[in-house]
Ligand binder design. Sequence first.
Ligand code: F6P
Length: 362
Amino acid sequence: MPDGDQRRLRRATYDGAMARIGLLTGGGDCPGLNPVIRGIVRKGLDTYGHELYGFRRGWKGVLDNDAIALTRENTSGILHRGGTILGTSRTNVYKTENGEERVLASLKEREIDVLIPIGGDDTLGVARKLNAAGFPTVGVPKTIDNDLNATDFTFGFQTAVQIATEAIDRLHSTAESHDRVIVCEVMGRDAGWIACYAGLAGGADVILVPERPFDVEEVCDHLRHRHETTHKNFSIVVVAEGATRSDGGDAATAADTVDSFGHARLGGIAFELEKEIEERTGFESRATVLGHIQRGGSPVAFDRVLGSRFGVAAIDAASSGQFGMMTALKGTSIEMVPLEDALAEPKLLDPELFATAEVFFG
Ligand code: F6P
């Protein structure tokens, strides 16, 4: 059957009205955003005959009414590309003067019927408020941190873990050659998912996560034990940027400022540990901060598939009136869950997973 006929056939199975759908990508970028956009646009055009508009740079684009029409052509060839073709920003509508009114005015001017914000807790928090204010929204969960509730995984997380794991593999050979302890700092904000997964996959000798404040002397004991019992003179410590000490204090920060959602810029704990471990154990130590390398570049296959499935599910939900809901992965199925459930509290590291990782400490 020729392509056109197939499309007409699929279109004929949809008895809803054609609509104007807006989408945006907000917050930190994340591998897998482009597959979501592509999924929304392909099914939105072919099955539903919708018109699709992509707002540029997250909520900023909605505030400024800056959008482009999304077509088969301009969303083709993006599946494997990192980042987001729409751009992103950490703009908080509710910290902007007349933010909600401006957003509603832009959406009205463009005659948008439903908005699909793709983002983490901040972006989806704005989506939830807009939906409560009466504007139909459908959310798609995005974050390398994997800290959103009501979904087993967010896309981007597996890519970040893969990149961090490969980095840890590489750190092993240089640590071993020089008889050093290397402290590798990974992202994750207040959750230890990336640290725990990458640390476990990469064979880290100690993993430090925000959910389990650490005692530096215990960390040193693990390292001494490993060096004494295995006669190996090198170790790898993986530390989450948000890790804190058991004797109190906040996570280390890389800047004095906070973003428009009130988040501090975390970073620097690896350098503190490098110094303290060397002083206490006498083992020469180095710190490596992976930073934005974890967010850049091509998504792994899992995130391309999850992003595509979320995109398709989001346009289905937008077309069938499932507003105030978010796409979610539950086991192997894609389901719709209330945005409320996803945002009630952050999803912190599973203690059982950490207990498994601990078996390999020291
Ligand atoms: O939420 C994703 C994330 O990469 C966090 O892991 C990290 O703390 C933060 O964003 C970094 O944000 P920015 O790109 O604004 O420095």
